[in-house]
Structures are given as C-alpha cells and as structure tokens.
Design a protein around this ligand. Sequence first.
Ligand SMILES: [Zn+2]
Length: 348
Amino acid sequence: MKNITTKLRSSGLLLKAPIYNAENIHAKNRKNAIVMFSGGMDSTVSLWWALDNYENVEILIVDYNQPHSIEIDKAIKIAKMVGAKYQKIKVDFPTSFWGIENHLTRGQACLMTSLAALNISHDGADIVMGILSTDNYGDCDRDFLDHIASVLFHPNDWSDIGIATPLRAVKNKSDVIALGYQYGAPLSLSWTCRDPINDKPCHNCMQCRQRDEALVSFYREYGISKDQYDKWSLVCASPYHPYFRDVSYDIHIVVEAFLQAGGFKHGKRCYVYTSPDGKQRVSTHISSIESLEEAGTGSFMDLIHIHGYLHNNYRWELCVSPNGAIAATDVLPNVSVIEEELIKKAEF
Ligand SMILES: [Zn+2]
C-alpha cells in the first residue's frame, strides 16, 4: 500500500475525484456561454468548465473600481490565453461606496447577471458564474438565480437563457481547486488578494486566508504535496491531460478511417507541452501562452479534439493530429462513442 501511495504522490494524480453533482449547475443553453470573469480562482475554474461545455464562450470582465485591480490584469492575461472573445466593462462606481471601500461583495451576483444580460442576443446564452455552494449572499441562492434567468427571457428569443453555476456541483473551495487542477486551469495566474503588498498577495486579507486555507485542505484531502501541486500547476500542466500514446487497435482503426475519409477539416489550436512526468501532453483550452512566462516549453498544434465525461465524472479526451498521432487520457469510453464524436467533427 505504501508503494502505491508513493507512486501516486510522484505521479501528480489526486487520491480521489471530487464528488460532483451536475444537477446543481442548472445549465440551459448549451451552445452559448457568457462567463463573468474576475480573474480569481473560482471564475478561472468556471471558465475552463465553460470551454469544455459550450460551442461559443465569451468572457466579460467588469472593472467597477474594485480595490483589487491587479485581478483585472490577471483576468485579461487568462482571457488572452484561451483565445476567447473578451470584453472589459467599466462601471465607474465611486470608491467611497461603502461596499467597495470595505471590500464587500453584497449584491455583486445580481449586478453581474444584469450586466451579462445586456450582452445576450436572441440566440440566448448561459451566464456562467463562479458561485460556490458555500457562498451565502441571498443573490447567490439557486432559486433566486433561476428566477432571474426566467425573467431575462424575451418572447422574441429563439433559444434559452440560463445562469449556470458549475462550482455548485462540488462541496467547497478545496474541491474547486481539485477541479481546476484536473483541468490544468491557470490557477497560479489567478488573483484573490484584496490588499496586495508591492503587487504580491498579502496572505493576510480575508480572501488570501480563505485561498491559503483551501489550498491546505486540498493538499490534505486529495493526498498531494504542495511541491507536486506547484510542479504541475505553475505551468498549467495536468496529469489528467491527454498524452501521446498507443491506443487500442479498435480506436486506431476508427481514427485511420476518419483521416482517410478526409475528416480532418478544422483542427483546434492546442498547446502541446512536456509535462513533469516526461510525457507529451495536450492542453486543449490554451491557444496562446504569452501570458505564462514560466512555461514556454511547449508549442502549438492543430488537432481534432473530442472529449466527454464518463458516468463518474471522469473526463476523457482524445486528440488526433493530421498524421494520425493520437493523444488520449488513460480511460476512454467505448469505441462507438469515439466514432460518433469523430463523425460529428467530420461533418462540421
Ligand atoms: Zn491578501
């Protein structure tokens, strides 16, 4: 048993997966997402979830004169990294407003959903919010958010409007870190501090303390050391990313058939890097790495990318290069699922 634990620790894999209940997300549109993006840890994980679950993802960054303005610079860096369309809105509140002066976020969810609503077309969208199960402001309440979503709908709309709360699928912030770690989301670039010292986190304000405490719980609950976590997360790597490897004969045949039928039409620009375990892995949501000064070890390739979730929320991914090289997660669905997904790509 001790050997298994040692091996697990050096692999970067987590001891367990977060318990995940997708029913608490309330996604409705499934095609368009507007991610309310603060550049903090929670909204960064929400952004990665949205990139996984919607065809079109737009990012809204709101500058409302919050005291932690570094967050906005970080948000823009991360938005550029994923290559999604982003817009920054300036809402010029006086800094003497009590909530802003005192770093409180009362009414913030309500304000953000209203701002996002102004950007929804008749094609509808889900407003994606990084609200946690533990957030206890009244406007973070699920019933309240559902009501807001229902009143945003207009008779001329031809598609749904929802407010999706992906982080409500898990219990608390250490689970959110686990999700972000699995995604390989740039948690190290995300910003939380409300009271920075020389542009560095103070580790003393309430937000810093919550983040630091959540990280410590995450290390303990998920059986990973800080060193291992840093080694992977500082370069946006993840031991859960697909890597170039041999796959089963069945899958190999399906991929060959896909390529021979001219299925490779529109590749997705993906980041290919050497991970701390020496494998060539693919981060499918990163399409520019300028923001990640520490990385720079990878390159970009156009790949066909398919992915999904197995029943226990295990995320599978498979990437195909034009010359037939395959990167895949360790666990994959039945070959018929892969075939179906590749056919969709060929038709696109
Ligand atoms: Zn701080």
